[in-house]
Design a protein around this ligand. Structure first.
Ligand code: RTP
Ligand code: MG
Length: 140
């Protein structure tokens, strides 16, 4: 597997509790390099576009409201097999199901307020990175 990039968001429940550094420590310890990072307040339009795949789900409105409830940190992570590796480091969507040592087990509050996002495929990683970063913002 070649070196790959994935897109990550540190969500509002985590920025609110000053957990950016603690989460980045877990990310870097796992061998993922943070090659781009920015703290932003997402607009409703940005959050709706970002999670448009879930627009028909019952939790969509709640999810968008949550994602704009405070600042987020958008980031690009690079490693060999980064997409799968970061999904493992994040842990299961519901922290009650997440393995010990994962970010969601350590920090998530609930299935909705679960501290981080990570891309689920190479195609989505490319689309998500392009929504928030230009190539010139990224350096390893
Ligand atoms: P993400 O996209 O944020 O990395 O999370 P994921 O792949 O583990 O989970 P996904 O199924 O894509 O869901 C996206 C986000 O929606 C919220 N959610 N709430 N209330 C609920 O039942 C529910 N289910 C999902 C979570 O914030 C989840 O991360
Ligand atoms: Mg997802």
């Amino acid at each position: 597997m070649a070196v790959q990039r994935t897109f990550s968001i540190i969500k509002p429940d985590a920025t609110e509790r000053n957990l950016t550094g603690a989460i980045n420590a877990v990310i870097e310890k796992a061998g993922l390099r943070i090659v781009g990072q920015r703290r932003i307040q997402m607009t409703r339009a940005q959050a709706e576009r970002f999670y448009s795949v879930h627009s028909a789900r019952p939790f969509f409105g709640e999810l968008v409201d949550f994602m704009i409830s405070g600042p987020v940190v958008v980031q690009v992570l690079e490693a060999e097999d980064a997409i799968t590796k970061y999904r493992e480091v994040m842990g299961a969507t519901n922290p009650a199901d997440a393995a010990d040592g994962t970010i969601r087990k350590l920090f998530a509050k609930s299935i909705g307020e679960n501290s981080v996002h990570g891309s689920d495929s190479a195609e989505n990683a490319a689309l998500e990175i392009a929504q928030f970063f230009s190539e010139a913002d990224l350096t390893n």
